[in-house]
Write a new protein. Structure first.
Length: 292
């Protein structure tokens, strides 16, 4: 969903939620850190290393952060957190509400830190924004544990170097396929497509209806399917995590037309814990689709 306008990047103090089956307990002397999703949890882990105990509320590939309902265990586990990281921008409001109810933990909001100037809240696909988040995580962890500040900074620099190389790859994809058009079932990979200079020609009415889980206007549905069946787009970028009858039909039509389908997700796939590996797989899939 699209939501609030970005505010200034700030670091405030609040308690955030944690749970969803991955609740934190005794941190064993490590800094307790809680993320709203495992995507941001993987960034915390990359920067914090073995000095941080990371708990991600949502770590189920089938879960929907927009509709997540908190549990009492979330609040209990959150009380152990010294640092929290949410997405913000209206994406994970459940986390923000819990954070506002508590105190004692430093709070980072990725949407505010990325400060893209865009309403699209899916900022984990904004690679420069992810680098900014890593810097803020290192800064806050260093304040919580000054003796390890240099380690956190070094970890962040190593992580950012990998993100930077990935961003270069995305740029090369765009340079090889300037002006390529795609359809997206939802605009979650908006920043990635933008960086690759790929044009998303999905009718706004279609995207809005899918995100809001409402009926797609017949004219928008017809336009999307005409673009696909007429091969006026190179691929369909599909949010595999929130499939609906409409998006499933679109994917089926794309395959029948011989178009590539690039699956993207909102959280890490089962068995994946590393942000770089996950994002690299999606970039590789996009490049393969455009090369086909």
């Amino acid at each position: 969903m699209f939501a609030v306008t970005a505010t200034a990047a700030t670091v405030s103090f609040a308690l955030a939620a944690c749970g969803g089956g991955n609740t934190g307990g005794d941190t064993g002397g490590k800094i307790g850190a809680v993320a709203s999703t495992d995507v941001w949890g993987s960034v915390l882990a990359a920067v914090g290393g073995d000095q941080v105990q990371v708990t991600s509320i949502i770590h189920d590939p089938a879960a929907d952060p927009h509709s997540y309902e908190t549990t009492p265990q979330d609040a209990i586990a959150a009380q152990k957190a010294q640092l929290t990281l949410s997405n913000g921008g209206g994406y994970d409001d459940f986390f923000t509400k819990l954070a506002d109810m508590a105190s004692g933990a430093r709070k980072l909001v990725a949407y505010d830190i990325a400060a893209t100037g865009d309403e699209n809240e899916h900022v984990w696909y904004d690679l420069p924004g992810v680098e900014k988040v890593a810097d803020q995580v290192a800064d806050q962890l260093g304040k919580l544990r000054p003796a390890a500040a240099a380690t956190f900074t070094a970890n962040a620099e190593a992580f950012k170097a990998k993100v930077g190389r990935l961003a270069n790859t995305v740029g090369q994809v765009g340079a090889a396929h300037p002006g390529t058009k795609v359809i997206a079932t939802e605009p979650i990979a908006h920043y990635l497509l933008e960086a690759a200079k790929v044009t998303d020609v999905t009718p706004p009415e279609f995207s809005r209806a899918v995100e809001q889980e409402s009926d797609v206007p017949p004219a928008a549905y017809a336009e999307v399917n005409a673009l696909v069946s007429g091969k006026q787009v190179k691929a369909v970028v599909n949010n595999a995590q929130t499939a609906s009858p409409v998006t499933k039909a679109l994917v089926d039509n794309a395959k029948k037309a011989g178009l590539s389908v690039v699956d993207v997700t909102e959280t890490l796939p089962a068995g994946t814990t590393d942000y770089i590996a996950w994002m690299t797989g999606q970039v590789t899939a996009l490049a393969g689709a455009l090369n086909s």
